[in-house]
Ligand binder design. Structure first.
Ligand code: URA
Length: 206
């Protein structure tokens, strides 16, 4: 399933990120701001259960999250999507997966995989740039190896290329993918077109 997160305001913020004249400090601030808009949308698709509570006046019903969530940013760029989730869910558990892209083969190389206990959890993998889909796919493989079913994993991105979506569909059928834009495709260096360049470099100011 693919959920496109859209609004004119989000588009306006995305324009700031896409503009090559945007300085790193504004890029970082804007990415953090967008992470709230994305988190608000993703959290609409999480399962809640009914609970009984007492207000200061009387008993009533409310809800709470059924399966605790774990956010797993793929380093480095995934850190740009963290802020919204941790502000809305201060106790959310976190894992980190570090993958870099081999510039010859464009295949992901793992250098870190630190995950909390994943049993009965919903895992949100944060990867802003869904380009070839190889990094996201490798990260999801690492999570599945720990026994998590794909129905309990969601891939949260900012921009996606059709090639990346296709790759994830092939390797992880039924994965729920979120993105704010389906861009045209990839260039020779496997960057998203029109994209926004290297999200990790621009977010970190490197
Ligand atoms: N990673 C990025 O940061 N940008 C792209 O366009 C593709 C992968």
């Amino acid at each position: 399933m693919l959920t496109l997160i859209k609004s004119p305001f989000l588009e306006y913020k995305l324009t700031i990120l896409r503009n090559k004249r945007t300085k790193n400090s504004l890029f970082r601030q804007t990415m953090n701001e967008i992470s709230y808009l994305i988190a608000a949308e993703v959290l609409k698709h999480i399962k809640f259960k009914k609970i009984k509570i007492q207000t200061p006046i009387q008993n009533t019903y409310g809800n709470e999250i059924s399966n605790p969530l774990i956010i797993v940013p793929i380093l480095r760029a995934g850190l740009g999507l963290v802020e919204g989730f941790v502000k809305f869910l201060p106790n959310v558990e976190k894992g980190h997966i570090g993958l870099y892209r081999d510039e010859q083969t464009y295949q992901p190389v793992e250098y870190l995989c630190k995950l909390p206990k994943v049993n009965n959890r919903t895992i949100l993998v944060l990867d802003p740039m869904l380009a070839t889909g190889n990094s996201s796919s490798a990260a999801i493989d690492l999570i599945k190896e720990r026994g998590v079913k794909v129905k309990n994993i969601k891939l949260v991105s900012l921009l996606a290329a059709p090639e990346g979506i296709e790759n994830l569909r092939k390797n992880h059928n039924d994965l729920h993918i979120f993105t704010c834009s389906l861009d045209k495709g990839l260039n020779k260096k496997k960057y998203i077109v029109p994209g926004l360049g290297d999200a990790g470099d621009r977010y970190m100011g490197t």
